[in-house]
Design a protein around this ligand. Sequence first.
Ligand code: 26Q
Length: 820
Amino acid sequence: NGSAVVTSPQNTVEGFVKEFLRELSFGQGVTLERASVNDQYLALARTVRQYLMARWLETLQRQREAQAKSVAYLSAEYLLGRQLDNALLATDLTEVVEEGLASLGIELQTLRDQETEPGLGNGGLGRLAACFVDSLATMSVPCIGYGIRYDYGIFRQTFVDGWQVEQPDNWLALGAPWEFPHPEAAVTVHFGGRTETYDDEGVERTRWVHDWDVLGVPFNYMVPGYQNGRVNTLRLWSAKATQAFDLQIFNSGEYVDAVRAQTFAENISKVLYPEDSTPQGKELRLQQQYFFVACSIKDFVDYVLPEDFDLHRLPERIIFQLNDTHPVIAVPELMRVLVDEKKWDWDEAWAVTQQCFAYTCHTLLPEALEVWSVELMGRLLPRHLEIIYRINEEFLAEVAAKHPGDDALLERMSIIAERPERSVRMAYLATVAGSKVNGVAALHSDLLRDKVLPDFSAYWPDKFTNVTNGVTPRRFVRLSNPALSELITEAVGVGWVTDLERLRGMEPLADDQEFREKFRAVKAHNKERLSTLLQARDGITLPADAMLDVMVKRLHEYKRQTLKVLHIVTLYDRVLRGELDPATMQKRVFAFGAKAAPGYHMAKQIIGLINHVGATINDDPRLGGALTVVFPPNYNVTLAETLIPAADLSEQISLAGKEASGTGNMKFALNGALTIGTDDGANVEIRELVGDDNFFLFGLLEPQVADLVAAGYQPGRYYEEDPALKRAVDLIASGTFSGGDGSVFAPLVQNLLTEDRFLALADYRSYIDAQDRVDAAYADVEGWTRSAILNVARSGFFSSDRSMWDYIDRIWHTPPVVSR
Ligand code: 26Q
């Protein structure tokens, strides 16, 4: 038993201090007296991970023995957030460490704040992957997360005069104590070249004559379960130039060029693409996708499985879950391995491959569906393109046999699109290859079935299913909201951390006056904590006793940050016109957090608008501080952890039918904010669960949106017919927020009045009326608190543990491997 060689340090203050001091001297090479905060942080991280090591090795061992089926989660993004606190929680070491550090005159919080979060994702999809691997570890389900170790994660956002400016996110600069590099286990990945056929003892086969290659170096990360002795693995791949690559170029004698050429290979894992909704079809992006997927398949087949494993039984041991289409190139890659390398027949390879994949779709926007031009794919991955063509041929032949003569159907279902450019439709490939296809919220799965992939769902009705997203209660309640956690534990016991439906036990306490007071004290405490953070982080001062109204998410037109701005401007206008008295009106702080894709000009305009409106309103003495707009830059997981627990109101105002699920919406409800939201994504399920009385619904329903668009939507008519809307738009257009210069926001205004793709103007009146109801409800302190408590008590469904059970039950069939 290999695990016997590792023993954890003693789980006591003395045991911890001894190990911490050893890490400082032998790991960091410094004395306590001379150690910097970073030295202390790195030593602490290395000490804490020691406590996880025996469990990690034991988990691997146990899994090998059990020969259980594993989930291989394939995701181009993992938005992990900081690791230290999560590791302390998993090992239940927080108090020991706090005390031990204090005995050395060190504050734990100072070291927590030294950690740079790994921002290896854009937003919802990447954070979801991080929640899922947390839940699987906590549930003792075997899982390997596969992804890319980007040298640079999502950019650091700064504002210059209110406009977004991006800075590189050098998250590795101060050391990376949570990763375990394994250069000796690197795998080679090929690119380019051509294919040729050859005679293999009378059988004609194809081989790929590749042109260049790259090494994939695995970096392992621990994924600790919550106090259950289990540690799963996240394996992120980093690109290195190969020897062959070096030699080839160095031999040409151009030494300096050769060294420079190395960086070409290493560019593959250099940077995360910061787009999250309109993929640009960039070559490097396809290289990234193939790179990590090829490494992962090779890793699983050659190293994770036993040496003599019969690959015909692969579906008994693995399910590759495709996190959106980004890893779909894994499908032709597995086919290539089985057909070209293992020399299987096409049909038997296809039968196995189909059982090994399942696909999750995360979007409804047509422009977000990934396609790759045949030209590019043929140049980079010629053999994969051939395999995709063959998959398509056989699939269409099958469809044609069932629907003779329906050429239009064949054209619609073809994996290869002919227009506007011949290209591969990755979502179709995933759907054809996957054993299951799921959406991420009930409404989304319905729309996916009926609007995005209607021909496929008619063809394979049983392939389509729903798994509503969830979030991990460890990070997003237990760690991020200690005060609420204590109150919940008082009310229902400690079990809720791994069994979130137990929050239901709090329901009766919504009617308990004393409990409501405690609940309000928790909110007040969290606002205080946020206030302190924003002051230190950004020099932002939050006014006291205001409603905290929060909209945090990526900046996108479909999410409608602009609608939020129109509300703020309307309130401003009402005060200026004397319709509202700043002395008596509901005091509000509007908090925004949002990054715009660097090339998305309209999104950047909207960021500029929010900041300019904020600057004007915050400074206007006529408002007497009744309205405040704050927009701390660089919203990330770490900021979310302090911001969300302080919120009173959660803004989930996307146009109905556009937000696949949302997961921020769940985090807010679980932390006792009320939602103002449209009938979209998981909002639908949140409202059903928390009840109509505890949710502010507004806006068109999805079918109404479809009808309005079909009838020819004219935003100008709403502008003309609603005087308050007209005044709000005119204030922006006239330069009120841009020093009198109306041209600054002219493109945005013009777009709203003539196009307004996401119907902000159509939902304006309904939104404003709902906001007025929010103000009235907030004035009823006891009623509001009651609703907030009910939001918490009824949101247990949104644990990612429940999502994982649903995947296991409907898609994966991977039972937990329990401890001996
Ligand atoms: C693809 C190709 C090229 C470059 C970038 C991309 C790319 C990267 C990231 C495309 C999409 C994304 C991210 C999408 C995303 O985060 N979607 C969100 O997923 C959440 C989890 O399911 C949902 O809750 C959100 O509704 C959905 O918007």
